[in-house]
Design a protein around this ligand. Structure first.
Ligand code: FES
Length: 155
């Protein structure tokens, strides 16, 4: 019995050439996805920059800031988390966790800022209370003017 092999013409690709092209394409796709995934979450460099000028005023009659009217409430604006503590003080720190840049939340019961991702905690001065974060947050000065219905935040 005789077996005949198909003959190769110009349109037939060699197996090695095919695998090389497929391998290159898959590598390119994986590299692109990794680069997008690695930079898509949080802040690329979560280290706060205390030299960055911050100076803005929140109007308390603005719907976006209504949480600040409540003791224990907070808002995030311009990369800063501003909270009214249970005793009525306004505090403000940089809003991104210094570990991997996750946006923080304020927990009035503990009077601390929490990271929901890996559970770092910061006090109201921005100091790390519980890691894995090791760097403090940037603390900002708050100037509430309840007569005018505003809170100025600056460094
Ligand atoms: S990103 Fe906040 S503790 Fe990891």
């Amino acid at each position: 019995m005789e077996t005949t092999l198909p003959t190769m013409d110009q349109s037939t690709m060699h197996r090695q050439e095919f695998l090389r092209l497929v391998g290159t394409s898959i590598g390119a796709i994986l590299l692109t996805r990794c680069m997008a995934g690695c930079s898509g979450q949080g802040n690329a460099d979560p280290t706060p920059d205390p030299s960055q000028k911050v100076d803005f005023t929140l109007r308390l009659d603005d719907k976006a800031n209504e949480n600040l009217l409540v003791k224990g409430g907070y808002v995030i604006a311009n990369g800063v988390i501003v909270a009214q503590t249970k005793d009525g003080q306004f505090v403000a720190v940089s809003a991104d966790c210094t570990h991997e840049g996750t946006q923080l939340v304020y927990k009035s019961a503990d009077n601390m800022f929490y990271c929901p991702l890996h559970l770092s905690r910061f006090d109201t001065s921005g100091k790390v209370v519980v890691g894995p974060a090791t760097l403090p947050l940037t603390k900002y000065t708050t100037e509430p003017n309840l007569t005018a219905g505003t809170v100025r935040v600056h460094n």
